[in-house]
Design a protein around this ligand. Structure first.
Ligand code: ZN
Length: 182
């Protein structure tokens, strides 16, 4: 199983902190918790677990969506996984995984990851959602998924995102290996 997995922690790289247009993604100021930091931590743990499972992995967090999907395409990734936290109205909660509508393999991969997260974190299962408007799903040549692990602006989900990053990472990695062994 030498699949090449491209991991994209969502939003701007942490090194841009303090620059004018810095986009940390969604923020929970009460904790405080920043989406791009959570995604970075989880993404790198996912990479460790997938490498231990025999995958080749590349991690890229970037302010340029085009740079992300072009890097995945040039590297010749077999699968692409973008990692995010959701935010809405401070009461919506749960996990959802997004794919491009015609991406059949991506949909299967999304199902495996979604099931593992909901199982191990006990988050609300909001299901798989088709999205045509996301550059990382449109621009990638390989099956691609975008995981919205939980809602950073909802109290219980946010605590999970703060305290259970390793569990999210293990669940995402197991979802990938479940898919690869199908
Ligand atoms: Zn995001």
């Amino acid at each position: 199983m030498m699949a090449k997995i491209f991991i994209n922690p969502g939003h701007d790289e942490l090194s841009l902190k303090g620059t004018p247009d810095y986009d940390p993604g969604a923020v929970n100021y009460d904790i405080p918790l920043y989406e791009n930091e959570v995604a970075w931590n989880v993404g790198n743990l996912v990479a460790e677990y997938l490498e231990a499972a025999g995958c080749e992995v590349k991690v890229l967090q970037s302010e340029s969506l085009r740079h992300i999907y072009e890097s995945a395409n040039e590297w010749g990734a077999d699968y692409f996984v973008s990692i995010h936290c959701n935010a809405f109205n401070a009461s919506a909660h749960g996990t959802e995984t997004l794919t491009y509508p015609s991406d059949v393999e991506g949909y299967k991969l999304a199902g495996c990851i979604q099931a593992q997260i909901v199982d191990s974190l006990d988050t609300l299962d909001r299901g798989l959602k088709a999205r045509t408007d996301l550059a990382v799903l449109n621009g990638t040549d390989m099956p691609a998924v975008l995981v919205e692990m939980a809602f950073i602006d909802e109290e219980d989900d946010a605590i999970l995102l703060r305290d259970n990053q390793d569990d999210f990472a293990r669940a995402i990695a197991r979802g990938v290996t479940d898919f690869l062994s199908e």
